[in-house]
Design a protein. Sequence first.
Length: 618
Amino acid sequence: MASSGSRLRLHAFSTASALAVGGAALLAVLVYANSLANGFAYDDVWIIQHRDLVHGFGRLPELLTTDYWPDRFGSGLFRPLTLLTFAIDWWLWGGDPFGFHLVNILLHAAVAAVLTALLLRLFPWWAALAGGAVFAVHPVHTEAVANVVGRAELLTAFFMISACLIYFARLGREDRLGRARTAAIAVLYVLAMLSKELGVVLPALLLVLDVPKLARGDAGQLRAYARSRAPLILTLAAVLLTYLGARWLVLGAPVESVPDRVFIPDASIATRFFTMTRVWPRYFHLLFFPTELSADYSPAVILPASQLTMTGVLGIGLVALTVLLAVLGFRRRPEFSMAVAWAAIALLPVSNLVFVAEIVLAERTLYVPSVAVSIIASLAAVASRPQLRSWIVAGLALWVAGGSFVTVRRNPVWKNTDTVFQDMLEHHPESVRVLWWLGDRHLQRGDWEGAKERYYRSLEIWPYQGQYLAELAVHLTDHGELAEAEPIAEQAVAMVPNYLDIHILLGVIRLQRNDAAGVLAAAERARELIGEDALIHRLRADAYEQLGEFDSAASAAEEFIRLKGADTTWQDWLRLARLHAAAGDTDAALRALAASEETSSADRAALDSLRALLGPSP
């Protein structure tokens, strides 16, 4: 039986541990509390605010089997669990962003808590609290917490770190996992991947936790170690294959690159490598000295590089030095080696070295990698010499205080889309997105020439923006500048050939320019690339009508109605009747007219007018 003294020490340790976990969670809530005043900003607008799919549970099966972004964007991302949480929030809060932000803050607090609990497996409670506090207030997390769609990062981190806690807690007592814990980790693996694709790296992160054990020789022979981990790894491999199969069914491909616009002109491995070497110094800056943050790092904030630059040399040097320190310290400071390996693995999916990712750099993607900073902070507090320890702890406390200040000031940047762009304008006026936003602001004020100037400046800096090209073509068309609009729309089609709306836009512009042959060419090209669609045949009908080929126009209009199906309106039938009448086919015109009359909302005067021209039914 344990003595009363040992029971007292155990009780004290448990109380201190609970205080460390609770303290980190409370700190996370306090520094992000002012984000409750934020609304929907930036990507929130498209993914949540203007997307009926997540406005409740009316389309639940579709919500769980669709692309994360709306169809018009075609992101190739599969995050049904994240979308489901948005639907739950909409149902609970009625679309009030306050509730969405509250959930994000609570999730961040939960992540800080489980991370601190994980650190307690490696360090004393006070060192674990230091690491947890660094994570709780880290300014680089503001995009993930204060912007609602950052929830994908929060959910994935919570499930991954919880799985790590289960894995590491068990291995602290014996070197094998039971079936129950293996199953729990497998479930958390599924939830992590369904929240965000980053979850796929969880098995590697679990093995990273063994670095201290391996470094100190506690794992025994390598073969025995491999046998002890094999059941878990095989289980997770089966889970991963099932997940990839689900992605294949939903998205049409188990693994898919989603090229960032930076790599549109050249996605070669050389360009990606040299470009990312320019990003690596920013990783170090954002993780350790986050004094300057940005919502966007697109051109010209970061431009592609086809050869090594001075910034790239710095990036390679920093990475090489870090790896060297991790190798040299493997035996003496294995926790540092573990932290470096954690960061490298967590960054791998967005490194653009294996697959072309959707971004070159986004602060939200540093949420999970920043766990490495917390490990290093805890290690610094413990491993320092006794005479330096008080200075190290004081330095960490100062970092936490400064980080809290920066975070609290940063949170309101994500209040709405305008505040995001105003901040970007202040810090990165060279951004093509900022220039485009300024163009939109001029357009809203009725200053078309000012808007046009900024649109063109944006495209001069970076002409590889299919969406922006299409928007400019629309604006030019609206202002009657068709000759300018057509080549812009042609560029947009070449840039993003799989978007139907852009093909239709090009066809409409040509139709207004009385270029019926060009319209038919655009329609045929759309059919080749995208397949049959009602709007394509509507465009064909307009072109044939403009050419005076009414038989062909009527055939195209019939295809339009067939593909439109139950959504066909009385106006569609009436137009078909007029085309048949113009082609001299009175019987077909009367049949179409009769179909139009069956629609309860039909305009009887318009129908009677055409019927009078056609004469009585045979």
